[in-house]
Design a protein around this ligand. Structure first.
Ligand code: GP9
Ligand code: MN
Length: 424
């Protein structure tokens, strides 16, 4: 009820991190293109398989002078997988401890990125070569205020060799998306959801340009071939964005959605990583890429600890939109006040100093059991994480944003949107 909302607003206001004036508005008025890196773990960046880079394009992008690369960025997803990642990045609300908020909370009231940016003159669209009902996207996107959702019905999916398990393969997907993208009024806020690099990472060997690993565990061995394919598809897309001129006034945000290799494959991963996969190392493997490119921004490797919950305030501040009045559980990764304690849905957390895994505390740098002198600090972090998750669940389970409209936010009317392909 609404006094719960008062508690939530008090928390999010106290948790708010001031923008970094060096980056606030650095991408103001630019288009936004999110590239959803399906099942991409950050260990792939700069990884060499038998001496060969797996993802040479993304590797080069992390070194571009106008690119911020966050090498301590973590996924925070649970059973909702891709949909949890989307839920967090659009709302800065955590997904649920069980199930998928996309499916069970599709009709809630949200103050999501598309709606906030619509008030700032943006057109919004999602591109995804799978059926629009998967993860209930075609319903919840209306609650987020997305103007367009180009699902499989907008693509030519007639050729079997172009299809992956969850939709159109990335190369034809990006190719066919370009005219749809160019049809949008600018500035636009868009998200492209890839599918080729998805468990169990099977791919037509005619499409591969790198060998398999040889751990003997098929999904680990194949993981590198679909990662390379996805990297090539993205490179092709970026090349086309440059040719079309869009590249010069667009902020690109690449993010990994969740792990690709589960803990069932630790034995094989010990071969891949060249070390024992302890609970501490497994937590380290939950890093996913976050790569933000925009013309003119000061790039570099940013070591701040953060997660998908932090994407919305980070992106809005880069666009020059302050987030003080919104209910967001993450903080701007670029802010001097950014909160570096990264909460996971299972109550584990990581931070620059302390990891908490399965109820045990570890030194973040050595992986050794935490020194007693740090235990009080660890308990403080644990309390903060539990409270943050519990409060976010209250907002989502109680649909509490019904009781709070931020200043100068135009509430969304989901029934105004129709994603069906217009018969021209
Ligand atoms: C489904 C695709 C994959 O449309 O996004 O979803 P996932 O299985 O990764 O949650
Ligand atoms: Mn996924």
């Amino acid at each position: 009820n609404s006094d719960d909302m008062t508690e939530v607003i008090n928390y999010t206001k106290s948790n708010y991190a001031e923008p970094n004036e060096k980056y606030f508005g650095a991408a103001e008025g630019m288009n936004v293109i999110y590239i959803h890196l399906e099942s991409f773990q950050n260990f792939l960046i700069d990884y060499k398989l038998n001496g060969e880079e797996v993802t040479p394009f993304l590797n080069s992008l992390t070194k571009d002078p106008n690119t911020l690369y966050f090498d301590n960025f973590f996924h925070q997803t649970a059973q909702g997988k891709t949909s949890d990642a989307e839920f967090m990045l659009e709302n800065s609300l955590f997904g649920l401890p069980q199930g998928s908020a996309f499916i069970t909370k599709g009709q809630n009231t949200y103050q999501a990125a598309p709606a906030i940016l619509s008030d700032n003159g943006y057109t919004s669209a999602v591109f995804h070569g799978n059926s629009g009902t998967f993860w209930n996207r075609n319903e919840i996107y209306k609650s987020f205020g997305y103007d367009h959702f180009f699902d499989a019905s907008y693509y030519d999916t007639s050729s079997e060799k172009d299809m992956a398990e969850y939709g159109l393969m990335d190369k034809p997907f990006f190719e066919q998306s370009l005219p749809l993208l160019e049809s949008l009024q600018q500035p636009f806020y868009t998200k492209f959801i890839t599918v080729a690099h998805h468990y169990p990472y099977k791919i037509d060997q005619e499409l591969t340009t790198i060998g398999k690993a040889n751990t003997g565990d098929a999904s680990v061995d194949d993981y590198f071939q679909t990662a390379r394919y996805a990297d090539e598809a993205i490179e092709e897309f970026i090349t086309k964005l440059k040719e079309s001129g869009l590249y010069d006034n667009t902020m690109l945000v690449f993010y990994g959605d969740h792990y690709g290799i589960s803990e069932n494959h630790n034995r094989a991963m010990e071969i891949i990583m060249g070390k024992e996969i302890t609970p501490y190392e497994s937590a380290n493997l939950q890093r996913v890429p976050l790569i933000i490119h925009a013309p003119g921004i000061e790039g570099g490797v940013n070591h701040s600890y953060g997660g998908q919950i932090d994407l919305l305030p980070t992106v809005l501040h880069l666009l020059g939109v302050d987030t003080k009045n919104y209910v967001q559980f993450g903080t701007d990764l670029l802010s001097e006040e950014h909160n570096e304690v990264v909460a996971f849905r299972n109550d584990d957390f990581v931070s620059p100093t302390i990891f908490s895994i399965g109820g045990k505390y570890y030194d973040a740098t050595t992986g050794l059991p935490l020194d007693d002198s740090q235990l009080e600090k660890a308990e403080e972090y644990k309390e903060e994480v539990d409270y943050k998750l519990q409060l976010s669940d209250k907002v989502v389970n109680g649909d509490l944003l019904r009781f709070y409209t931020p200043a100068d936010f135009t509430p969304v009317n989901p029934s105004q949107f129709n994603y069906n392909k217009k018969v021209l």
